[in-house]
Design a protein around this ligand. Structure first.
Ligand SMILES: Nc1ncnc2c1ncn2[C@@H]1O[C@H](COP(=O)(O)OP(=O)(O)OP(=O)(O)O)[C@@H](O)[C@H]1O
Length: 310
């Protein structure tokens, strides 16, 4: 069953459309990812879902409610991650939890929430003294304090070191496992691949693709990446003529990389046999969500988005 429905959403700033007819639904209990290059319209989209921005056109429903007309009811069932600047540096973790729980009629048990998010030992610590990972844990706790059915997390792990990011992923999975639907905006492909049940790739205000991470990879024009160093030079025309090849490149050392499909591998092996060429350090790997993303958003600021850890 869908808990979020977005249909034909449009929003312009100063006459410039930044969200240009976006439609998607999020099923209850899934982690739904929103990916896209900088400025693609991701935050504007989720802010319309949260009722923080008024759409110019289209409809948004959260559990059947209009986030603008039914703002109070939507606020009670949707938890949004705060931005760092929204908390006073002198506020302690315990005070922040107390303050935010006062906004709800039936808040979550603060002690239990602090325990679950590893904040119990930090209750007396001021917000300004927390590490990046500790702040993110507090933001997740504050997003959950009203016992929401949906949480919206917008670039939650940006700026975290790899270990804190992985710890945060585990927490997000636990949140989902507790029955809460997660709408996750991220720039990290590895994060989307690991966490998301489905992903919408937004490019220039429109949905470029919507599928499971595996489906997006399969749908990429080059699902297989082949690299090898031939024992003798090969005719580039023979390589580009291989079935399903979408790109070929050769580096300074003569190593060749082909993007293609399973058929490309078989045909390449026949080509090499026919020319009595051996393939040094032959590697055949599946494309990643990075490859699919770059394919879908070619040339639109996408290079900013590659997970640099990988
Ligand atoms: N209040 C505003 N007034 C004018 N332009 C805005 C406003 N908010 C956002 N924009 C512009 O709208 C476009 C989409 O912004 P949005 O924040 O939705 O993109 P995004 O995909 O979340 O980007 P990023 O990945 O960089 O956070 C950008 O060009 C942005 O500069």
């Amino acid at each position: 069953m869908s808990i979020i429905e977005v249909k034909g959403l449009r929003r312009a700033y100063g006459g410039r459309p930044v969200v240009d007819g976006i439609s998607f639904t999020v099923d209850e209990g899934e982690i739904f990812g929103i990916l896209g290059p900088n400025g693609a319209g991701k935050t504007t989209t989720v802010e319309c879902v949260e009722g923080l921005r008024v759409p110019d056109a289209g409809t948004v429903r959260v559990a059947g409610l209009d986030p603008i007309a039914d703002h109070d009811r939507v606020t009670r069932l949707l938890g949004a991650q705060l931005q760092e600047s929204e908390l006073q540096p002198k506020l302690t973790v315990g005070e922040a939890l107390e303050l935010y729980s006062a906004f709800y009629q039936d808040p979550a048990d603060r002690g239990h929430l602090a325990d679950r998010l590893g904040l119990t030992d930090l209750l007396g610590r001021r917000f300004g003294k927390l590490s990046g990972g500790q702040k993110q844990r507090l933001f997740i706790a504050l997003a959950l304090i009203g016992n929401p059915r949906v949480v919206v997390l917008d670039e939650l792990t940006t700026g975290l070191d790899p270990r804190s990011r992985r710890d945060t992923w585990r927490l997000i999975e636990e949140v989902r496992d507790s029955g809460v639907t997660v709408l996750l905006v991220t720039h990290f492909m590895e994060e989307a691949q690991r966490l998301c049940d489905r992903v919408a790739v937004i490019d220039r205000g429109r949905i470029a693709a919507l599928d499971t991470p595996a489906g997006l990879i399969r749908g990429a024009s080059a699902a297989t990446v082949i690299s090898f160093t031939p024992s003798r030079p090969l005719d580039p025309a023979d390589l580009t003529a291989l079935p399903a090849v979408t790109s070929t490149s050769r580096d300074r050392d003569g190593r060749i990389t082909l993007h293609g499909a399973d058929d490309t591998v078989t045909a390449l092996l026949s080509l090499l046999a026919r020319h009595s060429v051996t393939a040094g350090r032959l590697r055949v790997v599946d494309a990643t969500l990075d490859d699919a993303f770059l394919d879908l958003t070619a040339g639109h600021g996408a290079t900013d988005l590659i997970d640099r850890e990988s």
